[in-house]
Design a protein around this ligand. Structure first.
Ligand SMILES: NC(=O)c1ccc[n+]([C@@H]2O[C@H](COP(=O)([O-])OP(=O)(O)OC[C@H]3O[C@@H](n4cnc5c(N)ncnc54)[C@H](OP(=O)(O)O)[C@@H]3O)[C@@H](O)[C@H]2O)c1
Length: 174
């Protein structure tokens, strides 16, 4: 069981532009996204921040594609999708991580972002791996992939090229 941050990033480390748009990603990313289904087979629970949740509500064709429990971190009262296992939580990520592990039932926990929320998990030593899909574009500004300074390099475990615009790298954190 691992806690994994899976995200797609620009070359300069942004996961969304400053208006929370992911248009750049869908314009340039790989057309074959079937690997996401493979990743999801091993995932038992999800955590995400409020902006990521709202983006999904507003932009996804399927209003809620996930059948597994998801903790949404927020201080606000956000709309709930009927029938989806979504739990709104706030504060210290430590106890919430224990709940994510319990809910995952032996499978992996997927941290969907954003970068500040993932940083909170990393601060407590709870992040095991990052699977970052880097698209070869620069955004110059936007929402950060990871809102922490780390002076020790992560270790590279695996690299896969996807088409001619994108590379997936799996980094181990510990
Ligand atoms: N390219 C990709 O693969 C990818 C992946 C994920 C997300 N995205 C996009 O990137 C953007 C990420 O936005 P973002 O950086 O603003 O991050 P976010 O983590 O999605 O949302 C930030 C919000 O999460 C809440 N939050 C964070 N930590 C909390 C805590 N401990 N307790 C309670 N609430 C907490 C706060 O909401 P409140 O305001 O309610 O306090 C905060 O304003 C979105 O547009 C998303 O769609 C892209």
């Amino acid at each position: 069981m691992k806690t994994i941050y899976f995200a797609a990033s620009s070359l300069d480390g942004f996961i969304a532009d400053k208006n929370d748009s992911l248009e750049w990603l869908f314009k340039n990313g790989p057309t074959d996204l079937s690997f996401i289904e493979d990743i999801m087979k091993d995932v038992g629970s999800i955590a995400m921040g409020a902006s990521t949740y709202l983006w999904l509500l507003e932009n996804n064709k399927d209003p809620w594609p996930y059948k597994i429990p998801c903790l949404v971190f927020t201080h606000r009262k956000l709309p709930l999708i009927e029938g989806a296992d979504i739990r709104f939580v706030q504060g210290d990520v430590g106890p919430h991580h224990r709940e994510l592990v319990r809910l995952a039932g032996g499978k992996n926990v997927w941290l969907a972002g954003g970068g500040e929320l993932v940083g909170q998990f990393h601060d407590q030593g709870l992040l095991d791996e990052m699977q970052i899909q880097t698209v070869a574009v620069f955004l110059n500004e936007g929402k950060k992939l990871f809102s922490r300074r780390t002076e020790t390099a992560f270790k590279i475990k695996e690299i896969n090229q996807r088409g001619d615009t994108c590379v997936d790298v799996v980094y181990t954190v510990k």
